[in-house]
Design a protein around this ligand. Structure first.
Ligand SMILES: [Cu+2]
Length: 499
């Protein structure tokens, strides 16, 4: 079978599918939809919610101080009760192991690829040198894979690659995932994602809940075939086929997973718990609330602790974003079931997971009124606009399809710039290397949930979002892109070069 790139396919399509299924619908209704993808119905019976215990991914163990090895491999795991699902996992696990990193302690992670496809691993939120940043054409190629170059400038590493992370950055909730050119969406869908937590002295000095009361929660949606296998609308020909035109807006699954378990349940004591929320979905956005009521006390954003906590009743979270929050379960009587719900969906996807308050507990933790001293807002030296929209027959940035090695901007190391992000649909914009603050939405102050330093921001249809990005750490080629993974694969990426 001839290899057909997704972008070639989209070119051949002439945009007909997208116009009819997606943006036409948007223009036709008076209200802007909150949904950012097309629901892919599965065929497996949906499990009863809140019956599977919440799994906590294993913490990766170094093979020697500062050195890790992780093998990407195929594994069969039980996700839906009684069925086996083939996953492509870091360490054969989905999610992959959690990496516990320490500011100022560099690590090298050797990724070995035993999958049937090439991969590239991006540490999302990492301040990483360009040759370890998971550039989409910097590929780890499995043994026996035909090594023809399909993209100019492609770099192929046979079987393994050492990714070097200086970890010169503040404590934060990071994650890692596949970033292979044209195939990020199906490869992440099949399991290539995990979390990485950076810790530092500033955070250690705070009396935040920790240990078993600190829960990394990777939220994503998937659809399953009758036999338990993942369903994804590319004909199953991973590595060759294109996405069905119906799903060019993005693929939404009908099963919500947290840490790889469907609508799980966690027993908690009536104490404060720290929840590190990550939306690892391909396209689905969530608006998270607690039912029967309750508040999230946000302590951190994508790129680290806030200066001071912010209370929220609800959290909108788009693909790639993280919220570091504390929930005080002492607000509920023992025996209460507290459900984390998603008010953007009706039906099964309206639930995420459940906490059951099973006992009283001693609680020495606190959320202090001052959390950290984040870096001050620098003065910008330039303003640039990046427009995310469908142009003719592709998802584009400033009207351009992604071309590796052709940077759209050359910011100087150590400076900051205002980047104005606009678009025609929900585009969660992620910037590699550079962290940013949201300055304004449509010229007005940003939402309370935009607080702090971030690396991903939800740009909603026809919205103008101004962010102040600082370019620190490394010179070289990086990228910004839409984190709707189907858009990303469909050319909605651009390079920038830090000079
Ligand atoms: Cu997008």
């Amino acid at each position: 079978m001839r290899r057909v790139s997704r972008r070639t396919f989209l070119g051949a399509l002439g945009g007909a599918g997208l116009g009819a299924a997606g943006l036409g619908g948007l223009a036709g209704c008076g209200r802007l939809p909150e949904r950012a993808g097309e629901l892919l119905a599965g065929a497996a019976p949906l499990p009863e919610p809140f019956t599977v215990p919440l799994p906590i991914p294993e913490v990766a163990r170094p093979v020697s101080p500062g050195r890790y090895e992780v093998t990407q491999r195929v594994a069969a795991v039980e996700i839906l009760p009684g069925l086996r699902t083939e996953v492509w996992g870091y360490g054969g696990a989905f999610p992959g192991p959690t990496f516990e990193l320490r500011r100022g302690t560099p690590v090298t992670i050797t990724v070995r690829n035993e999958l049937p496809v090439p991969t590239s691993t991006h540490l999302h939120g990492g301040v990483t040198p360009p040759d370890s940043d998971g550039y989409p054409t910097d590929l780890v190629v499995p043994a026996g894979h035909s090594s023809h170059h399909s993209h100019p400038g492609e770099v192929l590493h046979p079987v393994t690659k050492d990714y070097r992370y200086p970890v010169e950055q503040r404590a934060a909730t990071l994650w890692y995932h596949d970033h292979r050119m044209d195939f990020t969406a199906p490869q992440v869908w099949r399991g290539l994602a995990g979390m990485a937590l950076v810790r530092d002295d500033e955070e250690d000095a705070l009396p935040l809940p920790g240990g078993e009361r600190e829960l990394p929660l990777m939220i994503c949606d998937r659809s399953f075939d009758e036999d338990g296998s993942f369903r994804y609308p590319d004909g199953g020909h991973h590595g060759g086929a294109a996405l069905d035109a119906e799903y060019l807006e993005g693929v939404e699954g009908d099963v919500i997973l947290v840490n790889g378990a469907p609508w799980p349940v966690a027993e908690v004591s009536a104490t404060r718990h720290r929840l590190r929320l990550l939306n690892a979905s391909n396209a689905r956005r969530y608006r998270l609330r607690l039912s029967p009521g309750g508040r999230f006390t946000q302590i951190g954003s994508d790129s680290g602790l806030l200066a001071a906590p912010v209370a929220h009743d609800e959290l909108p979270i788009s693909p790639g974003e993280r919220y570091d929050v504390v929930v005080d379960f002492s607000a509920y009587p023992v025996g209460t079931a507290v459900t984390l719900v998603n008010t953007l969906a009706d039906g099964p996807a309206g639930n995420v997971m459940r906490f059951v308050v099973t006992s009283r507990g001693r609680d020495d933790s606190a959320v202090p009124p001052v959390l950290s001293r984040p870096p001050d807002r620098p003065r910008p030296v330039a303003t640039r606009t990046f427009d995310f929209r469908r142009t003719d027959d592709a998802w584009t940035i400033n009207g351009l399809r992604y071309r590796p090695g052709a940077p759209l901007a050359r910011p100087r190391l150590g400076t900051a710039e205002v980047w104005r992000l606009t678009g025609d649909f929900h585009h969660p914009v992620h910037v590699h290397l550079a962290h940013f603050q949201v300055l304004a939405r449509n010229g007005r102050p940003p939402a309370a949930t935009d607080a702090g330093w971030k690396d991903t921001v939800d740009v909603r249809p026809y919205e103008v979002v101004d962010v102040l990005a600082r370019f620190d750490g490394h010179r070289g080629l990086y990228m910004l892109h839409c984190h709707n993974l189907e858009h990303e694969d469909m050319a909605m990426m651009a390079d920038f070069e830090v000079i």
